[in-house]
Design a protein around this ligand. Structure first.
Ligand SMILES: [Zn+2]
Length: 313
């Protein structure tokens, strides 16, 4: 199987020839050409089974948002924004730089993340309490922008979106707040991706100030073709997630300890165990989230190689 066939087998809950694997980390580069090159280098060095294209541009508005009512005035540039144009360039450069038949996914964040980039995490928490209606207006505008962006990203020829669903942390928003401030806008963007017939890898992501803990069980209704969450921080293991989400899963390894520091023998042992337990149906080896801090490319490349040496068929 080539990498595309191997990934498609997993998406279809079939048994791939060997265990596919993929990891990612953040980059310091912001120039699209350099950022694309660094990601291609990482892909080639690790030989991972898909292209996970990072989104590193955050977002800003021409208007200043200070008080909640300012959300009623925002007019984001949409597809004319520099952030979107740079990401399109990154995607195109990465697609052009790959000869292999490999699936590709660009990362997208959600509407609340756009708001948080504009006014800060503390700012959105204050506005959510003071005037949720006004904040909702801003989120609705951002969700429309993200719909447009998603469609534009997909037109480049990528296979789908890696959707980072944030702001579902334990202790951040109660269920009612989450139901009005987060869920509808996530569903709006995810539905637009689904309508294009493309793949969704849903990533449930928590921030460090909430100990990376997320209400996993809020996400059962979200459209997805594959799911990835922090099994270690949440004490929510793969078997439980497979039961709950009934879709292929990616993950298994700790992004903040084992996949960061090794040792290599422990990484091998963990991969062998995961392959035995989950490898036959709908499973890609990965980590809880991006590999944090001083990632070790050699260790990541070794993990992928070790996974590839495990024959499943
Ligand atoms: Zn994450």
């Amino acid at each position: 199987m080539n990498k595309r066939e191997r990934m498609l087998a997993v998406f279809e809950n079939k048994t791939p020839d060997c265990l596919p694997a993929g990891f990612w980390h953040h980059y310091q580069e912001r120039n699209p050409a350099e950022l694309a090159k660094r990601q291609l280098d990482f892909y080639k060095k690790t030989n991972m089974d898909f292209l996970k294209i990072m989104y590193e541009y955050m977002f800003s508005l021409p208007e200043k948002v200070q008080k909640p009512s300012d959300w009623y005035k925002i007019k984001p540039a949409g597809k004319n924004s520099p952030e979107y144009k740079k990401q399109i360039e990154v995607i195109n450069r990465i697609l052009d730089g790959t000869k292999e038949d490999v699936m590709s996914f660009t990362t997208m964040f959600n509407a609340m993340k756009m708001a948080a980039w504009c006014i800060g995490d503390a700012g959105i928490m204050i506005h959510a309490k003071e005037d949720p209606q006004a904040l909702r207006h801003g989120l609705r505008v951002f969700a429309e922008v993200l719909e447009e962006w998603a469609c534009g990203f997909l037109e480049t020829g990528i296979d789908g979106i890696f959707y980072s669903a944030q702001f579902g942390e334990v202790g951040r928003f109660n269920k009612e707040e989450w139901n009005t401030l987060i869920k509808p806008f996530d569903l709006q963007v995810l539905s637009a991706i689904k309508a294009k017939g493309k793949f969704i890898i849903l990533h449930l992501c928590g921030e460090p100030n909430y100990d990376f803990k997320v209400h996993i069980d809020r996400y059962g209704e979200y459209p997805r073709d594959m799911i990835n969450w922090a099994i270690h921080a949440n004490h929510y293991d793969l078997s439980r997630g497979i039961d709950y989400f009934s879709c292929p899963v990616m993950g298994g390894l700790d992004n903040r300890s084992l996949m960061l520091k090794g040792p290599i023998e422990e990484v091998d042992k963990a991969i062998d165990q995961l392959a035995m337990q989950y490898g036959k149906h709908g499973f890609i080896l990965g980590a809880d989230c991006s590999i944090q801090g001083d990632y070790n490319e050699n260790l990541i490349a070794h993990a992928v190689e070790h996974a590839h040496n495990i024959s499943l068929s």
